[in-house]
Design a protein around this ligand. Sequence first.
Ligand code: NAI
Length: 246
Amino acid sequence: MTTIDLTGQTAFVTGSTRGIGLAIARQLHQAGARVAIVGRDQARAQSVAGELGERTIGVACDVADADQVDAAIVAAEAALGPITVLVNNAGLTRDNLLIRLSDADWDQVLDANLKGAFHTMRAVARGMMKRRQGRIINITSVVGIMGNKGQANYAASKAGLIGLTKAVAQEYASRNVLVNCVAPGFIETDMTAALPPEASAALLSAIPLGRFGRPDEIAGAVLFLASDLARYITGHVLVVDGGMAM
Ligand code: NAI
């Protein structure tokens, strides 16, 4: 049996104090990686890192702020060594129909979901290139592929993330830095808990596997893309959605 061993790797997982990010951090850690837990709240990030145990550090940054990102990466690398696996998971929604969408709702979502990934990727790319080793995994969404009414800002940010991924994958393939996306469908987390029951029921009926996904099922796809098993995959969007977007 092939097992995934990430011993010696250092992962930086944004938005990893809860939800999908926490599940990703846990699985990478269980596979032997050193893991930086990254959240906006320093105390919370440190407490989650403490729960995971050794080979971790909690660092705080708002990914929308380039200076905070650079400082968090310096802190993580000082504690855990050079980052070899970057997971851009931090994200948020500010849903509204187009005509009611404010500039603030647009900017907040684009800044966190898209510009945030640009900041972290730019900060780690030079080191990964020099070492000729790196995996970057960006958490997009089926909404970035299919669109969704009431989510123009979110869909644009997630579609943009796919374009960003493919551009950077082409820039650094020759340096063995592989850049991919995971596109979750509907996963049970805080982000989706707020949906009204009728919206949940409509979504469920569109999922061939007949259930919502779990954070650990997204984490499994990330673990694969971070591993040696995925060494010939770059610029790919791995959809993990129970068949919703086929
Ligand atoms: P969540 O809301 O439970 O967790 C998101 C995390 O990102 C939180 O810890 C939050 O504090 C952090 N975050 C948000 N903005 C940030 C910023 N500017 N700087 C730093 N951290 C920030 O959401 P969930 O469901 O775990 O989502 C994780 C990722 O998966 C997001 O990118 C989301 O768009 C994506 N996704 C989720 C789906 C779902 O059904 N839950 C479906 C498709 C994609």
